[in-house]
Design a protein around this ligand. Structure first.
Ligand code: CIR
Length: 263
């Protein structure tokens, strides 16, 4: 049987804008270089396409410096798409920019209208949807999301994002139907008790945001211990430069919406 949680026919990305230099960041570790960001982004899109997926790359949005991080504006499931309500005020308008693109692909597109919720806080596994409460995602947003996806039969489990961590998925990724890559600090919360967990290496916490996309595990370059662990575990690993997105707290999942709309 095909695993719907990591088998995808499509992805949507958005070109980084020149305004990316003004993107949000928790700590200022330097301004991202737009040209290098573009190179990394092209390599990322190339990796997605190497799995034979159809990848749509939308135009940059200069008015939204963080719009390259498309994951936060929507969640795509097989049955339909949910347009989010980002908790960062400067990112709220990104959701309305994404909606028309989803409407071209899906018969069913629904919108969060209550509270706040960002896609980076949502991990879809084979059997459930985990949502981490965070500074960007609140109880009202989660309740609205739960109500909306109930029509498609999804079970939602609410968990906590560690203090000071931007999104739930900043600290974890799905590797296959039963296996999660996670930081020790997130795993310690007990939220993955029913899964196999592979820990990112000590000091390599910044690579926990990785994606399983068809046959590939796409991870940020520069985390050799975790990469070796994943290779030894049998995953087909592709490394992509992420130094510029990392300055804005972005990783591999943030850069795409991944989906297979039901025919
Ligand atoms: C932000 O703070 O919203 C962006 N600079 C980074 C968003 C990363 N998105 C994600 O992890 N899903």
């Amino acid at each position: 049987m095909t695993a719907k949680s990591y088998t995808f026919s499509h992805a949507i990305c958005r070109k980084p804008s020149r305004s990316i230099t003004r993107g949000l960041r928790a700590v200022d570790t330097g301004t991202p270089d737009p040209a290098l960001f573009e190179d990394h982004h092209a390599a990322y899109v190339g990796a997605l396409r190497d799995t034979a997926a159809t990848v749509t790359v939308l135009d940059a949005l200069e008015d939204y410096p963080d719009a390259v991080f498309v994951e936060d504006a929507a969640l795509c499931l097989q049955e339909g798409a949910v347009v989010m309500r980002p908790g960062a005020p400067s990112r709220l308008g990104e959701a309305a920019e994404m909606a028309p693109h989803l409407e071209q692909l899906y018969g069913d597109v629904v919108q969060i209208t209550d509270g706040f919720i960002e896609g980076g806080d949502i991990l879809t596994t084979e059997r459930e949807i985990l949502i981490g409460l965070s500074a960007r995602t609140d109880q009202a947003g989660v309740a609205d999301f739960t109500r909306l996806v109930d029509r498609w039969g999804y079970a939602v489990r609410v968990v906590d994002t560690p203090e000071g961590v931007l999104h739930f998925k900043t600290d974890c990724s799905l590797l296959d139907a039963e296996t999660i890559l996670a930081t020790k600090r997130l795993d310690a919360s007990g939220c993955f008790e029913d899964y196999n967990v592979i820990h990112v290496a000590e000091g390599e916490e910044a690579c926990a945001n990785t994606i399983r996309f068809n046959n590939l595990v796409i991870m940020p370059a520069g985390f050799p211990k975790t990469r070796d662990t994943l290779v030894q575990a049998g995953y087909d690993v592709r490394e992509v430069g992420n130094s510029e997105a990392a300055k804005l707290d972005g990783g591999m999942s943030c850069l795409s919406l991944r989906f297979s709309p039901k025919a």
